[in-house]
Design a protein around this ligand. Structure first.
Ligand code: GP9
Ligand code: MN
Length: 403
């Protein structure tokens, strides 16, 4: 009710939000915002090789031309892609069980699409899958999306499909004509699909050889990651040709892990080490790029997560968020919240990491004798998760005025 949501709002103002405005506030004002969700792409493939070949040559070049966050973590739970969407649009945590897109698809939200619509943007999503998958058609209304280009917007044939459906290259190629017609400025989200488990790809589309390990999943993963890298490269070319590139901000983000802990033995072989619980937490990093044509790039090493995307992007577009309620901090602000929360209560801070009931020292990467050092942050982590759950389960934004 009202007193609960004002308690949470006070907490967020005191403990989450940065007090200072970032220097980049408004740097991309009125530009189109093009957000690309990279299916199952993890950071370990960036600037890495397999059989001596680069896995992601295009994304590697893009690192030098973007703000690239090398310590950016996914924070999803059972809702996978949909949880990552929820985190990005709301700066709230997904639920401890079930997908929030299903469980709370008709809540009152204050999501990015709605906020941007109010600022004169036109918000839409492109994803070549059935519109009711993950309950997207219902949830996208609740988030404020005006248009969902789902699988019915695309010509899907046996030739241009693999695995889960339309191949990414055809997906982007077929999307351009719709993109050109959208009212400007627009906010659009593209959700890629080809790099989805079990990472199937026809020989004609594979530019690199598979890896050689006991895990077919990992072996093929590198090939579909490369395919998506090529699809993104081609999309950038198409954006340039259609004249949309210069006046846009292009954001790319891995939605969640692609290689689960069941593949840790094979992944350990690839990485040349045995994967500990600490390493596993570190492996939850996914790439996050903010590419602003005309601006120089910079590799950013600060701790970051999907929870931080909303305030960061809104601030780049010059949109004030002082009345908003969420648990992320602008990634370009100086006084940032000092930890990244995972849905299971694990966390990472500059000095400590906590996972599987063990507190790790991040310098030595080894477990501490007891968990005392982690306790103060653990309390804040639990507080945040509880507050976020109270908002979602109680549909508490009904009782809050965001104006
Ligand atoms: C399905 C796609 C993949 O539409 O977004 O979903 P995932 O299985 O990764 O959650
Ligand atoms: Mn996914």
């Amino acid at each position: 009710d009202e007193s609960k949501i004002s308690e949470i709002s006070d907490y967020v103002n005191q403990n989450v939000k940065s007090k200072d405005q970032s220097e980049l506030f408004g740097i991309a004002k009125d530009r189109n915002l093009i957000f690309i969700s990279l299916e199952s792409i993890q950071s370990f493939v960036i600037n890495n090789t397999v059989n001596g070949e680069e896995i992601t040559p295009f994304l590697n070049d893009l690192v030098g031309e973007s703000y690239y966050f090398e310590n950016f973590y996914h924070q999803v739970a059972q809702g996978k892609t949909s949880d990552s969407e929820f985190l990005v649009e709301n700066s709230l945590y997904p639920l401890p069980s079930g997908a929030v897109f299903f469980v709370r698809g008709q809540n009152e939200y204050n999501a990015m699409p709605e906020i941007l619509n109010q600022q004169g943007y036109y918000s839409s999503v492109f994803h070549a899958n059935n519109k009711s998958f993950w309950n997207r058609n219902i949830m996208y209304d609740a988030l404020g999306y005006k248009k969902f280009f789902d699988e019915t917007a695309y010509q899907i044939t046996e030739e241009n499909s693999v695995g889960w459906g339309l191949k990414d290259k055809s997906f982007f190629t077929q999307s351009i004509k719709y993109l050109q017609e959208l009212p400007k400025p627009f906010y659009t989200k593209f959700i890629t699909l080809t790099n989805h488990h079990p990472y199937e790809l026809g020989e004609e589309d594979a530019s690199i050889e598979p890896y050689d390990s006991e895990s077919t999943t990992l072996n093929h993963y590198f090939q579909t990651v490369r395919y998506t890298d090529e699809a993104i490269e081609q999309f950038f070319e198409q954006l340039k040709q259609s004249g949309l590139y210069d006046n846009s901000v292009i954001v790319l983000m891995g939605d969640h892990y692609g290689i689960s802990e069941y593949e840790n033995k094979a992944l350990g072989q690839y990485l040349g080490k045995e994967i500990t619980a600490y390493d596993h937490l570190q492996l939850q990093r996914v790439p996050f790029f903010i590419h602003i044509p005309g601006e120089e790039g910079k590799v950013m090493s600060e701790l970051a997560g999907q929870i931080d995307v909303k305030p960061t992007l809104l601030h780049l577009l010059g949109i004030d968020t002082s009345n908003d309620i969420g648990f992320g901090t602008d990634l370009f602000a100086d006084d940032r919240k000092e930890f990244i929360t995972f849905r299971d209560g694990s966390f990472i801070s500059d000095d400590y990491a906590y996972t599987k009931e063990t507190c790790y020292d991040r310098d030595s990467k080894s477990p501490l004798e007891d968990n005392t050092a982690c306790e103060p942050i653990k309390e804040k982590v639990m507080q945040e998760l509880n507050y976020s759950d109270e908002i979602v389960y109680g549909d508490l934004f009904r009782f809050y005025d965001f104006e």
